[in-house]
Ligand binder design. Structure first.
Ligand SMILES: [Zn+2]
Length: 473
């Protein structure tokens, strides 16, 4: 009767156990045990936790929520997209596995070390809770707040609050159902207090982890191809100078991660960014035979190497480093003949142009080579182009001096322009939840996209863009 009369509408990013509790509550349940019985029909052995939402178990939920199929429920309201992000298995495959076994986690090898610093209590962000109350008239648990190692809200940057709702088997089924509390604070006051205390910063390692983890949840299996992921890491490590020739600079990588996350974070996560154990799992991700499927480790490396989640295109186009086949050396690197043909053709064109006109300027190179070819070389043949471009004299500045580009000045100028934009224009710059429309920004700031790509890595512009992404101004 309940099913036909009322269907609960899930709040975006709501966890499946949040849904179970909300349904139980509507059906008159007052404890976790009663909620489980009300939804699943009989008493269960323990609390439903983010990892326990086996597809077959959640089928009972489907009739009571306004979702079409198990895939949608798993994709939007379980933590599975995070846990299988680095697997070959997609949601459809997961449903198949779950139908043939009672323990999909075990089959996928996701026990034990997967649960690095796993939350044993459900966490919430008071500002998000307030937001939910305004928009959905109830509060619930958000998936991205429950991910391993996540301590702050990916949206607001403040530390998450531990509730008394236990996750896993240890919970007391007789305990009263609890939903996230709503503190009487505003987004602005949280922002101000964190800005004042200095906790909030774009270099805050907790925030970086929270944002990359959240992005992995929505990554739609773009990392399912192990060889592509390894090429992506190899290339990024090479760009950071941490792999050269056949050598991996282990102590450099250790320092690099410590620099990014700090010792404190490593300890909080129950590990260290050094030693045999660290090198073993990191080595596995870069080249070894044992490729770790645990998302958390990949999140750590992705955050450090990219500051964000690489796009679908970046993963698809990940290419081997020329003359550096240590990456994925146990497998043949994937060479795409088309791209290589392009590469050779473009390289010889550039060489010919430089020979013809030794004082060739970079802007001339762009014109003579054609915009598309030049952009291609910039993007996919960066190392070679940088080496070759040294032969091309830098563009003269207007006052005739030959000094290098003034990146600090450009940074301040662009940051100021962004700061002073009217609200409507800022909104147009925001693309989706977290990305920025770069071509529009290039137009507004009167820069080429190449220049802009470098400017947005400078501190002032980076900070302004971060604020813009979060919708703070
Ligand atoms: Zn929040």
């Amino acid at each position: 009767m309940f099913e036909s009369v009322l269907k609960i509408k899930p709040i975006p990013d709501e966890t499946s156990y949040g849904l179970v509790m909300a349904l139980g509550n509507l059906l008159g349940a007052r404890s976790y045990g009663e909620a489980l019985t009300a939804v699943f029909g009989d008493a269960r052995g323990g609390l439903i936790d983010p990892l326990d939402c086996e597809p077959n178990r959640l089928a009972a939920l489907l009739g009571k929520v306004s979702l079409e199929e198990p895939g949608e429920l798993l994709l939007k309201h379980s933590l599975w997209p995070y846990f299988i992000a680095f697997h070959k298995v997609g949601i459809a495959g997961l449903i198949e596995i779950a139908a043939s076994t009672v323990q999909a986690r075990g089959v996928l090898g996701l026990n034990g070390s997967q649960l690095v610093a796993q939350a044993w209590r459900a966490k919430y962000c008071p500002v998000c809770a307030q937001d939910q109350l305004e928009n959905h008239q109830r509060t619930t648990w958000i998936r991205a707040h429950q991910l391993p190692g996540v301590a702050v809200c990916f949206r607001h940057g403040n530390f998450l609050v531990n509730s008394s709702l236990p996750l896993g088997k240890a919970g007391d089924l007789r305990a009263e159902i609890e939903f996230p509390e709503v503190a009487s604070i505003s987004v602005a006051s949280v922002r101000d207090s964190y800005l004042d205390s200095g906790v909030w910063s774009i270099n805050n390692p907790h925030l970086l982890l929270a944002q990359v983890s959240h992005a992995v949840l929505g990554s739609n299996f773009r990392f399912s191809d192990q060889s592509k992921v390894r090429l992506l890491y190899g290339r990024a490590l090479h760009r950071h100078g941490l792999i050269s020739g056949k050598a991996i600079d282990w102590s450099g990588i250790e320092l690099f991660l410590r620099d990014c996350y700090g010792e404190l974070l490593a300890k909080q996560l129950g590990g260290e960014f050094k030693g045999v154990g660290f090198r073993k799992w990191l080595g596995g991700m870069i080249h070894g035979t044992q490729y770790p499927r645990q998302s958390f480790r990949h999140v750590l490396l992705l955050g450090a190497l990219f500051d964000r989640l690489p796009s679908v295109k970046e993963v698809e186009l990940a290419m081997p480093i020329a003359g550096c086949d240590n990456v994925a050396h146990h497998q043949r690197p994937i060479f795409c003949s088309e791209k290589n043909k392009d590469r050779n053709a473009i390289r010889s064109k550039i060489r010919a142009l430089i020979q013809e006109k030794p004082d060739l300027r970079r802007t001339d190179l762009r014109k003579l080579l054609g915009w598309a070819n030049y952009e291609w070389a910039l993007k996919y043949d960066t190392e070679w182009l940088d080496l070759t471009v040294k032969l091309v004299p830098k563009c003269r500045r207007r006052d005739g001096s030959r000094a290098g580009a003034d990146w600090g000045g450009r940074d301040m100028r662009v940051a100021l322009i962004i700061q002073k934009l009217p609200l409507g224009q800022k909104a147009r710059l925001r693309r989706g939840r977290s990305s920025i429309n770069l071509s529009e920004l290039a137009r507004i700031t009167n820069n080429s996209q190449d220049v802009l790509r470098r400017v947005i890595k400078q501190p002032a512009t980076k900070a302004e863009l971060q604020k813009l992404r979060l919708g703070w101004n």
